[in-house]
Design a protein. Structure first.
Length: 205
């Protein structure tokens, strides 16, 4: 069954925040026959629609992904006999400019505070927030760990690193695409290939 994309028509009139909806962002994917709230209709003025005629809802759900962190961790130095290690913690979902999804001192300090509270002898510290593939996507830290703490440390990184989330959508409709949909009355249909011409991966921004 074709998939119907619900797309934000205008920026939400609220202060800038990680969860603020922006024009062109894909809000939800419905089956074309599924009931929708009155606010989700084109006539309500908050959204526009694009029906993908050759894809299902399940196939289109991948385009609802956010910058919520996707973690990769690697030990780049150590361990020495005392267990000292230097670790790269990379967020695989960061935009090219590092302005969305990148590590901040707020998120890394949350991790450090939690880990050092549990294990004061670790003395976990930040070495740098550095450029990997994208600016700001990698947090480099170091400390003294005992054998078997890797899984727990990863859990703390995910728990505390996710406590301040970037909820920006990764995929969005280009401004030219939005204007085309609006010119068609706020509702347009086409194949996935046609959608691809107006759909952009914001990790490239």
């Amino acid at each position: 069954m074709p998939a119907l994309l619900l797309i934000k028509k205008l920026d939400s009139p609220v202060p800038a925040a990680p969860g603020k909806w922006l024009r062109g962002e894909l809000v939800a994917v419905f089956e074309t026959t599924a009931p929708r709230g009155s606010g989700e209709e084109v006539a309500a003025g908050s959204f526009v629609h694009f029906e993908v005629t050759d894809k299902t809802v399940a196939e289109m759900n991948q385009y609802l992904a956010t910058y919520n962190r996707l973690i990769d961790m690697n030990v780049i130095a150590g361990p020495d006999p005392q267990g000292f290690r230097r670790i790269n913690v990379r967020n695989n979902n960061t935009n090219a400019s590092g302005t969305i999804g990148g590590w901040t001192t707020e998120t890394t300090d949350n991790i450090i505070d939690e880990w050092n509270t549990r294990y004061p002898t670790c003395n976990l510290t930040t070495v740098a927030i550095i450029t990997g593939t994208n600016p700001g996507d990698t947090w480099q830290c170091e400390g003294t760990f005992t054998a078997g703490q890797a899984q727990e440390f990863e859990e703390v990184v995910i728990e505390q690193g996710l406590s301040v989330m970037d909820k920006r959508k990764i995929w969005y409709i280009t401004e030219a695409g939005m204007q085309n949909i609006e010119a068609a009355g706020g509702s347009q249909s086409g194949t996935a290939q046609q959608l691809g011409g107006i759909l952009r991966d914001a990790r490239l921004d």
